[in-house]
Design a binder for this molecule. Structure first.
Ligand code: SF4
Length: 284
């Protein structure tokens, strides 16, 4: 069997930066917390917990005795203000691209636009983005969601950083027919686009596609859906422990990709497993 690893598989710039910040801070400070899991990957979160960096989900439980690292996808404006008020030592690992989406959201609403946000309504990043909007806004997951929405004449469009560019363009086209004045700010991060593009290219040409990453990771789940459309034999796995030998029956070409929050060691474990299956096949 031949194994092909997609370009850009694994950690993106923002996640790698956040992970490094947590590592660094845990060496120099006591009582370090992350506000929610630092990334959507249970294996990495467990490693940090074993080293004393605990996850706190309730910002109200943090005080001046704590240092808190903010995740790459950011927090809401009111949560930030609450932490400040309680004198918590804030270490901000929000990805600069997410900060940019916050700024653009605030700017659009400040300029009087009715803001359409393409994203997942219950995702912390989207909650963070809309918290910077003072006026009217709508969160949509695709162009169908916008059909029955009552829009003002001046509409602004932005997106969660990990959204699919093709869906964004479809929404843009539809809004062009609905709004008198449309301002589009593409806040989709290039890391997502590059990863999705490389995964699509690979999924088209293999018999089996493995997408590695947390089942709770939005960007990994999107990668899985994209790959499954092009290769029916696609699996979303968190670890090599989910693989079985029969998955590789009659398979010649295997493609592998991984979400932006998947560490290299999980990818390497999957590669090792496949190499073992390969070796066993050659010896039998
Ligand atoms: S996907 Fe993009 S925006 Fe999100 S953390 Fe990674 S680099 Fe930043």
């Amino acid at each position: 069997m031949k194994i092909y690893l997609a370009d850009y598989a694994g950690f993106c710039f923002g996640v790698e930066r956040a992970i490094n910040i947590v590592k660094e801070q845990s060496h120099i400070k006591d009582n370090v917390r992350t506000l929610g899991p630092i990334i959507h990957n249970p294996q990495v979160v467990k490693q940090f917990e074993d080293n004393g960096v605990l996850v706190e989900r309730d910002a109200g439980k943090l005080d001046s005795s704590h240092s808190v690292v903010l995740r790459s996808h950011g927090i809401t404006k009111s949560t930030y203000e609450k932490l400040k008020k309680n004198n918590v030592d804030i270490i901000d690992a929000t990805c600069p691209f997410v900060n940019k989406a916050h700024e653009e959201a605030a700017k659009l609403s400040g300029d009087g636009y009715d803001v359409v946000v393409l994203g997942e309504a219950d995702h912390p990043e989207v909650k963070g983005i809309v918290s910077y909007i003072k006026g009217k806004y709508h969160i949509i997951s695709d162009e169908k969601d916008i059909e029955n929405v009552d829009l003002d004449s001046k509409v602004g469009l932005i997106a969660q950083t990990t959204q699919d560019r093709e869906v964004f363009n479809r929404v843009r086209k539809l809004l062009e027919t609905r709004a008198k004045e449309l301002k589009v700010v593409n806040t989709i991060c290039n890391a997502t686009n590059l990863r999705q593009h490389a995964a699509k290219k690979l999924a088209k040409s293999v018999d089996l596609m493995l997408v590695i990453g947390g089942k709770n990771s939005g960007n990994t789940t999107r990668l899985f859906k994209i790959c499954r459309e092009l290769c029916a034999n696609t699996y979303h796995i968190e670890t090599a422990g989910e693989l079985t030998k029969d998955m590789f029956d009659n398979v010649e070409n295997i493609g592998i990709t991984a979400g932006a929050s998947t560490p290299d060691f999980l990818i390497e474990e999957v590669l090792e497993y496949i190499n073992e299956v390969n070796d066993a096949g050659e010896q039998s």
